[in-house]
Unconditional design. Sequence first.
Length: 157
Amino acid sequence: MRLPVLLGIGFLAAHALRAALGIPGMLAVSEGLWVTVLVLETVTSVRHALGRGVVDAERILAALDAYLLAGLLFAVAYWTLDRLWPASFRGTMPGNFDLPRAIYFSFVTIATLGYGDVVPASEPARGLAIVEGVSGQMYLAVLVARLVSLYSRQRDD
């Protein structure tokens, strides 16, 4: 728990330095720290959700947290990809693929809804969308199987 808190403090400090002094390199540092915290928290939630023990509300909420954090993590990846590789997404004006739109696209993709209003146009964006869609569905399938297994074992004991 200490590491995410320290990384969060580092994120705030880097963000404040960038805002106060206008140091351009601080943007990459703050974003890197933010993504690192997201990854750590997602892994922690998945480990708790799929680990051994009693199926209770805490385990189910950890599973939901992991799913939501994964959606946010992919959103940041899409947003970063579009900034590094402009016009990676169609359905938006060039330079208009902001973080809220990336979050929207990420959750539409992880849920495999596919509305079609925002479409990955570049090969890296398509690849990332495929990874998110497949991993989102696999996570749900494995999660349900694991929770049912733990619950049935719990009832047998």
